[in-house]
Design a protein around this ligand. Structure first.
Ligand code: HEM
Length: 431
């Protein structure tokens, strides 16, 4: 059984890192290909007293069949970074991936990636802003974009067929290429935004000779639920979002729709998943002047409880046949839930894990530059996300939203143990 996809938080066993450990840890600076974890990094830390009652000390297991941060019960903060390759020397990319794995395993336990004062004349190995915060259920999830497999590294033969670019979809008239795509992605999620930021910042720093940041997106609140134990949160249109999502507890559903299996043409992806990220600007001011009855018609659910307009409560099944006294279907034929529902997409489902975002003000119009950083994990994005998105070309919601970035990522399976690293099998090493 996987450990990394355990939905519930695991209290930190070692508590927070004390300052002595912070100052004297050996760091991962020397981590090579044989090194992939905390022990390999040769760092010893003294634990403080048991702080399992401290929510900041809660951890999500790092090693497992799948990377954490997918079916993991969704944390409240996101920092998502896309990187482009600066180096095209395969060995340098491999070493960076091994160092990222070592760093991520430490960060997941709330430890710094290296010492602050080992060499007074050198910059500190860890930037320090998460020291004292605890991991807050930090997960770091790493993936590869289609462009990673172009000719630069000589890895074209390793590109899975399912990682063919999504291309321009029907609604994609406002996509900005400068905030789309990239060779490598890092998703950091935590209950504390500074912890998530610290993780991405330090990975960027470790990789600075190999990769360069292409774009970065913060998410300030979860806009989905990935566990039955979570309350469904609300998106920036004020509606409950994540009600009909795939939940971690539905393991057979996840096996069918989220995890890549033996059907893949690239065995290194078995146990992985494909992630679609879409930054969707929501036209909040226009929405806020729309009638509540029209808002509910657009989604097909009530704003208050999230119940389907066909009746019941939040988790009642949608009834597309229910009609009102005047003969209209209760759930409008152009409503979001109707067009997105599995029954109207050949059974296809996706695991949504998006975040509310704001970039402040759109200075051209003086309106809020805010929306949904939509993220969805699945076995095959062409057969799942794209199919649903194409059906949503008629979505009544489209009047109020504009997708401005679109990317597809191959998320390799989980790291099995210390010594494993991101893409190790893909690069041709034994697992
Ligand atoms: C800003 C854009 C979007 C907003 C505000 C939004 C909001 C919502 C809301 C409120 C629900 C109903 C509650 C729930 O079941 O989660 C929902 C359901 C859903 N949405 Fe979206 N959504 C957006 C974009 C998308 C996109 C781009 C896709 C996929 C292409 C998508 C796929 C789905 C699916 C599959 C469901 C569940 C339908 C069902 O089976 O009942 N959504 N969304």
């Amino acid at each position: 059984m996987s450990t990394a996809d355990t939905p519930e938080p695991t209290p930190g066993k070692r508590g927070r890192v004390n300052r002595r450990g912070f100052l004297t840890g050996a760091g991962i600076a020397g981590a090579g290909l044989a090194v992939g974890g905390a022990a390999g990094a040769g760092i010893t830390y003294s634990a403080t007293a048991d702080q399992s009652s401290d929510p900041g000390a809660a951890t999500v297991p790092f090693y497992g069949d799948h990377q954490a941060g997918i079916t993991t019960s969704q944390q409240n903060s996101l920092v998502f970074a896309a990187f482009d390759l600066k180096s095209t020397t395969v060995h340098e990319v491999e070493v960076m991936m091994a160092r990222w794995a070592a760093a991520a395993s430490l960060l997941a336990e709330g430890k710094p990636v290296g010492p602050v004062e080992s060499r007074p004349e050198a910059p500190p190995a860890d930037t320090g802003e998460a020291f004292d915060l605890g991991p807050h259920r930090l997960t770091v999830t790493v993936g590869f974009g289609p462009s990673f497999f172009d000719d630069r590294l000589g890895l074209a033969a390793k590109r899975p067929a399912a990682l063919a670019p999504l291309g321009q979809l029907a609604v994609d008239t406002t996509i900005d290429p400068s905030i789309s795509g990239g060779d490598i992605c890092v998703q950091a999620c935590s209950e504390d935004p500074q912890v998530a930021f610290h993780a991405v910042r330090n990975l960027a720093r470790i990789g600075r000779n190999v990769v360069t940041l292409r774009w970065l997106q913060e998410g300030f609140g979860r806009a989905s639920a990935t566990s039955t134990s979570q309350v469904t949160p609300r998106n920036l249109f004020g509606f409950k979002d994540g009600t009909a999502n795939i939940k971690a507890e539905e393991r057979s559903v996840a096996a069918q729709w989220v995890w890549v299996g033996d059907e893949t043409d690239q065995p290194w992806m078995s146990g992985g998943s494909y992630l679609v990220t879409r930054k969707i600007r929501m036209h909040i001011e226009a929405w806020d002047s729309d009638d509540i009855s029209d808002q509910e018609r657009i989604f097909g659910r009530t704003k208050d409880s999230g119940a389907p307009l066909s009746g019941g409560s939040e988790f009642t099944d949608l009834d597309f046949t229910a009609t009102s006294a005047d003969g209209h279907t209760e759930i409008d034929r152009f409503s979001h839930v109707r067009l997105a529902h599995a029954d109207n997409n050949g059974g296809a489902q996706i695991l949504r894990r998006g975040y509310n975002y704001t970039d402040g003000i759109d200075t051209r119009t003086g309106t809020l530059a805010a929306g949904l950083f939509f993220m969805a994990f699945q076995k095959n994005a062409h057969e799942q996300f794209a199919r649903i998105q194409n059906n949503l070309a008629q979505d009544a919601l489209n009047e109020y939203i504009s997708p401005i970035s679109s990317s597809l990522w191959a998320i390799p399976p989980g790291l099995t143990e210390i010594g494993d690293w991101y893409g190790k099998k893909m690069f041709g090493y034994q697992g």
